[in-house]
Design a protein around this ligand. Structure first.
Ligand code: THU
Length: 161
């Protein structure tokens, strides 16, 4: 028997002023698009903007529903839009931010487990890792090189063969 270990490294920035111009612009767009969220139940407005390999950008915001489980996160709205509008074009980077109308918006957002699974599938199908820029409206920014790192031991298409 031996014990195994999984660890990953990510970049931590004190605030968005430390980002390069392209990353700062993408995060700024994610912060702005939070205003298009439909989140009357949680008051937690999430915005995500992706830069694609073909230079296009695609965004998504969370869309809630009075029947709560029907709601969908910003990340999966974005992935569905990207898949339709730019089919099979890899996503290079996604910036995600949020505006919490009930409290603070200064810690980096953490994508939910379901979105991690959906993001991981997108990486798999386009054969390219997706960088994530995670932030709130202010404060620290995390950059994750590869979405799959957020979902160790993930289940994927290869497991069904
Ligand atoms: N939400 C997202 O859209 N993305 C995340 O990364 C975290 C959570 C949404 C789901 C729900 O509409 C609201 O935020 C509160 O959970």
């Amino acid at each position: 028997m031996k014990r195994a270990e999984i660890k990953f490294e990510y970049d931590v920035f004190e605030n968005s002023d430390e980002l390069n111009q392209a990353d700062a612009a993408l995060l700024d767009a994610a912060r702005k698009v939070t205003s298009k969220a439909y989140a009357p139940y949680s008051n937690f407005l999430v915005g995500a903007v992706a830069e694609l390999q073909n230079g296009e950008t695609v965004s998504g915001t969370n869309q809630e529903n009075a029947s709560y489980p029907v709601g969908i996160c910003a990340e999966r709205v974005l992935l569905s839009a990207a898949s339709m509008l730019h089919t099979n074009v890899p996503i290079k980077t996604i910036a995600i931010s949020y505006h919490n109308l009930n409290g603070e918006s200064s810690k980096p957002v953490s994508p939910c487990g379901m979105c991690r699974q959906a993001l991981r599938e997108y990486e798999d199908r386009t054969n390219q890792s997706i960088r994530l820029i995670l932030a709130g409206m202010s404060g620290k920014v995390f950059i994750i090189d590869n979405v799959s790192q957020l979902l160790p031991f993930s289940f994927g298409g290869e497991d069904l063969k």
